[in-house]
Each structure stands twice: as structure tokens, then as C-alpha cells.
Design a protein around this ligand. Sequence first.
Ligand SMILES: Cc1cc2nc3c(=O)[nH]c(=O)nc-3n(C[C@H](O)[C@H](O)[C@H](O)COP(=O)(O)OP(=O)(O)OC[C@H]3O[C@@H](n4cnc5c(N)ncnc54)[C@H](O)[C@@H]3O)c2cc1C
Length: 397
Amino acid sequence: MPQHRAVVLGAGIGGLTAAVALHRRGWAVTVLERAADLAPVGAGIGLAPNALRALDVIGLGDRVRALAAWQGAGGMRSPDGRWLARTDARAAAARFGDPLVLLHRATLVELLVSALPADTVRTGAPATLDHPGDAGTPARVTTPDGTLEAELVVAADGIRSAARAALFPAHPGPRYSGCTTWRLVIPAPAQPFAPHETWGAGRLWGTQPLKDGRIYAYAMAAAPAGAQAPDSELAELLRLFGDWHHPVPEILAAADPDAVLRHDVHHLTDPLPAYHQGRTALLGDAAHAMMPSLGQGGNQAVEDAVVLAHHARTPDAFDPGRDLAAYTADRLPRTTAIVRKAARTGALTLVSARPAVALRDTLVRTVSRFGPGFVLRGFDGIADWRPPLDADPSRVS
Ligand SMILES: Cc1cc2nc3c(=O)[nH]c(=O)nc-3n(C[C@H](O)[C@H](O)[C@H](O)COP(=O)(O)OP(=O)(O)OC[C@H]3O[C@@H](n4cnc5c(N)ncnc54)[C@H](O)[C@@H]3O)c2cc1C
């Protein structure tokens, strides 16, 4: 049976970042991806200073900073266009030592793959975790081409993680959050606009520029699980947001109905007992899927990956019992707190009763008038995260 020192299940942002981080520490890495190709969903991803610093550890932070647009100028509005809270991209950089940035997901995936040796990633390779391994036995993964043994398995197989279900069968798994999302990337509207996130009654819309002349727009609304528009998702967006302030109607008028992505939001409301078992570590959405209200799901996956590689050391120094327990101890409390905060923030954005919406908006306006860092303060304790001091592999003796 061929020996693979580290096998990563899933080539999403978490799995690819883990592969790069482990490769830089001397691990021979194989990434198994179920999908036929690596084209991620056509949407943007916001990266906060915490993820940028994690990407610095694997030598990609500055590349991402160069490819991404700074986020945060503009602020929060109500559907009629009134400002609830203004933000400033430079204020984020001043507060957290780095900006919040936005780039296309495909750009990030390409960059991560470019940092791996050719043939590291096998697409069209659905994998099953047969055995998580233990101190004396390698972990075992099956693919349609055969079985692989590994000293370390990284299960980065997303919110519907089969690896999580195999390791923790008593865990209830993801629950529906009560809301659905839409995303689209299109050329920027001709009329200038201020980047914004606009909160209405039970729904929100955000528009942020990418660096390449396109914009990333996202929307969220309370909806029953599994609901779909009777005609098209673009028609549904027009019904929900068509009379909101500029540039929302212009974006909807210009959008291609086939380019609108809709996904229901599920999250892991019950934390797992651990993020590892034997020689297998869970990361990203497989470990702690959260609501997108803080834009931290991918950021936390990137943090996980760098911290996991830090604890896994080099292949020869790896002690699964000691090192993966240290990984769980580092990551579980932090990510559990962020999952909960994302759920609280999501609930606030989705209030729909008129008095509650009026109260929320007044509170946001008042608090932000007396303290201009209102929006940014929500990221305290999250965006100011720093990787472990010796996470840089150049310092590994
Ligand atoms: C509307 C919306 C907006 C968001 N915005 C942001 C944002 O701005 N910033 C941010 O940080 N996060 C954001 N997120 C969250 C972010 O998208 C996720 O947290 C992140 O993509 C999780 O990455 P992952 O690698 O853990 O999982 P995934 O990206 O889901 O990757 C899992 C991979 O595993 C593969 N896979 C599954 N099973 C198998 C198997 N058996 N064998 C092989 N491969 C398998 C899948 O095909 C997939 O490629 C947003 C989410 C939503 C819904």
C-alpha cells in the first residue's frame, strides 16, 4: 500500500491552505478533491487581518494584499439609502495592523495551488476516511483508485463533512440557520457608488468592489430551508431588493440570471468535542461551519490550517497524540466563540418586526455617532489574531 505522509480531504480554501502550510514544513502532501475541477463558486471572499497574517506565515500574504481590493470604505445603510454607520478602510488598517480585503475566490484558489508542487491535488477523487489512525497505526483513506495510508489526515471536506460524521457519529451535524444567501460577480455599475452593507427588515444586501473592475454583491434573507424562487433567483432578488438604494437596482438590471448563486445557510451550533481523533484533524467548515455574517468562515479555515501545520511540526517530529490535542486546544475555544458571535450578528441583521428594526437602526446610528469605530469594534478579538510565534517554518530547527 503506498505511503502518503499527509493526505488532505477537500481542496477548498481550508484544505489548500493546509496543504501549502504542511508542504512548507517538509510534509509530502496529497490533496484529494471530489469535484472534477477546482473552479470555486463565482463569488468574492473577504479576508480580514487575521487571515492575512496567517497567509504571511506561508509566504502568500503580500501576494493576496496585491491582488485584493481594500474593503471597508462606505458603511452600513438602510434600504432608503440613509447611512447608519460610516466606515473607513484605513481605520481598519490602523486598528488591526492590516486592512480587510476582498478578492475573487478563484484568485485565492489559483494562488494556493501555485504554491504546491505539481500533481499534489487530485481532482475527481472522492475520498472516504476508513480509519483515523492512532499512535501505532497510519490513518487510512479510500478513493476510487485504491486505499492510501497516511501519518496525518486533514479532513477539510466542508460543512457536509463525511469525515466529521465518521469521527463523531453522535454529533447532530449542521442545522439550518433560518436564512438563505445569494451572490453574484458582475462588472461595476457605470454610476459611482459607495461600498455598503444595507440592513432591511429580515434581509440585507452588500456591494463591494473587486480590484479588476467587477463588483461582488451578496444578499441574505430569512427563508424556509430548501425554498427556491418559482421563476428565477434574479426575479426573487428583484422582488426583495428592487426598490433599494443605488446601486442595487442597477446591479439587478445588469445581472445575468444564470450567474446568481443561491445557498441556504447551515451552521454547526453544537461544538464538536474535539477537532481531532487519532491521526486525523478536522478543519474549516468541517469543524466549525458558521453563518457568513462576520465573513469569517474562510478566515478561520486559513487560521486552522496554519496552526495545524505549526503543531504538526515536521513529519519526523510529529507525535499525533500530543500535537493534534494541542491543535484542538488552540482552535476549538476560539472558533466556537466566533460561530456563536456570527449567529448573534446574523440574528440582528435578520430581525424583521418593524419596531425591532427601528430600534436596531437607531441603536446602530447612535452608537456609531458617538464612537466612529462601531463596525470595526465588532472584529475586536477576531481580526487582531496573530499566528503562533514560531509558526514561520524558517524558524523550525
Ligand atoms: C454567502 C456566503 C458568504 C461568505 N463569505 C465569506 C467571506 O467573505 N469570508 C470568509 O472568510 N468566509 C466566507 N464564507 C464562508 C466560507 O465560504 C467557508 O467558510 C469556506 O469556504 C470553508 O472552506 P473549507 O475549505 O472549510 O470548505 P469548502 O470550501 O466547502 O471545501 C470543502 C471541499 O471538500 C470537497 N469534498 C467534500 N467531500 C469530499 C470527499 N469525500 N472527498 C474529497 N473531497 C471532498 C468539496 O468538494 C470541497 O471542494 C461565506 C459563506 C457564504 C455561504
